[in-house]
Design a protein around this ligand. Structure first.
Ligand code: KG4
Ligand code: ZN
Length: 358
């Protein structure tokens, strides 16, 4: 493989990720320090705690990534960093660190949109992995995580058309909130998936917010319905004490019903979009893409239409530096450079980059 060697930094939320990626595809190193355990007791991410943890971990994560790849920052053709969207304090740690590296080692700086990082995870190859086909344009990508839920069309590199997005909660956020209602551990996504696997009854029916005529999503009504359904189930089991959990069987049934509703809406809209634009590939990404029911249903539906589905392995679906390196290389190759005035953009939308500007 050839192409630029990019040292990439991701710190937008609760993972400190640093990677070395060649040609926008081949991973040479990809180190992620996750803060999940740190935020578990709060049941969600505490921004102040997240920023401090990035500060604590960013140097050891860099050292490990450079050692894994066997390079120094001077070997990199560019330093890429996420500058939005995300938590301001967390973003600033990564941005300032990237600026310092770029300045000290005289390397160009590239600002990367975190959302396009999730899209470009579909291009990544692990260190020893055999070459495989790249995603083919036009493609439809469904990105579902704790912070984002959107459907986008890509007609070319760095060219995005937002088809739809959540109008309220992200899908992962809904998993986390309903996980808490069911008394499951944080994060709720993997816990709900595990609980649902044990379901023997599939009777619990959760609503679907179809938002007809749009590719937008809504999960807040589902969360409210989940609260009502959990309360009814608790009454049926005669549970007054809030510290006592529902029976395992009921928890499994409700976890299954909720997961079924989320997967149904996501898969239906993604497939409809793919059909409408004549997509030649479908990409699934973000932390919720780790969900086995969502993956298998989308795979089945894509397969039935003869459209290849690309889902990065779970470690590349959740936040990591490699995806920023993949997107950063594309921006670098397009001639884009960031100035040292690069600032955090907590609400940065997904849009085509302007060459030469930041
Ligand atoms: O992409 P990610 O690591 O961080 C964000 O950018 O948000 O996604 C984390 C989200 C959490 O909400 C978590 O509950 C969800 O992904 N998640 C899952 C699964 N694994 C992680 N949701 C459903 N099923 C899973 N197996
Ligand atoms: Zn993310």
């Amino acid at each position: 493989m050839s192409g630029p060697l990019v040292l990439a930094i991701e710190s937008s939320c609760d993972e400190t990720g640093i990677a070395v990626v060649e040609g926008g595809r081949r991973i040479h190193a990809n180190v992620v320090a996750s803060q999940t355990a740190l935020h578990a007791s709060a049941g969600g991410i505490v921004p102040e705690v997240a920023a401090r943890a990035h500060l604590r971990w960013i140097v050891p994560v860099l050292d490990e990534a450079l050692a894994d790849a066997g390079v120094t920052p001077r070997d990199a053709d560019a330093i890429a960093v996420t500058y939005g969207p995300g938590l301001a304090g967390s973003l600033l740690v990564g941005i300032n660190f990237a600026k310092a590296l770029a300045l000290v080692h005289d390397r160009p700086l590239i600002g990367v949109n975190h959302l396009e990082g999730h899209l470009y995870a579909a291009w990544l190859l692990d260190p020893g992995e055999a070459e495989r086909e790249e995603p083919v344009f036009p493609l439809v990508a469904l990105i579902v995580s704790g912070g984002h839920t959107f459907l986008v069309e890509m007609t070319d590199h760095l060219t995005y058309r937002l088809l739809g997005q959540t109008v309220d909660d992200a899908a992962g956020e809904a998993f986390d909130k309903v996980g808490r209602l069911l008394g499951l551990s944080y994060p709720g996504g993997p816990a709900i998936q595990r609980a649902a696997e044990a379901a023997t009854s599939r009777d619990a029916v959760f609503p679907r917010a179809w938002l007809p005529g749009t590719y937008d999503f809504s999960f807040s009504g589902l969360k409210t319905a989940a609260r009502r359904i959990v309360d009814e189930a608790r009454r049926a089991e005669g549970l007054d004490d809030p510290d006592v959990s529902l029976s395992g069987a009921t928890t499994a049934e409700l976890a299954f019903g909720f997961q079924d509703s989320v997967a149904d809406v996501l898969v239906t809209k993604a497939i409809r979009a793919a059909e409408e634009i004549g997509a030649r590939s479908i990409v699934l990404g973000g932390g919720v893409a780790a969900n086995s029911v969502l993956r298998s249903r989308l795979a089945e539906a894509a397969d039935a239409r003869g459209v290849p589905l690309i889902v990065p392995r779970p470690g590349l679906c959740t936040d990591n530096g490699a995806m920023i390196g993949a997107a950063g290389a594309r921006r670098f190759m397009a001639g884009e450079r960031a100035g040292f005035d690069l600032d955090a953009r907590p609400s940065l939308p997904l849009a085509r980059p302007v060459v030469g500007a930041t």
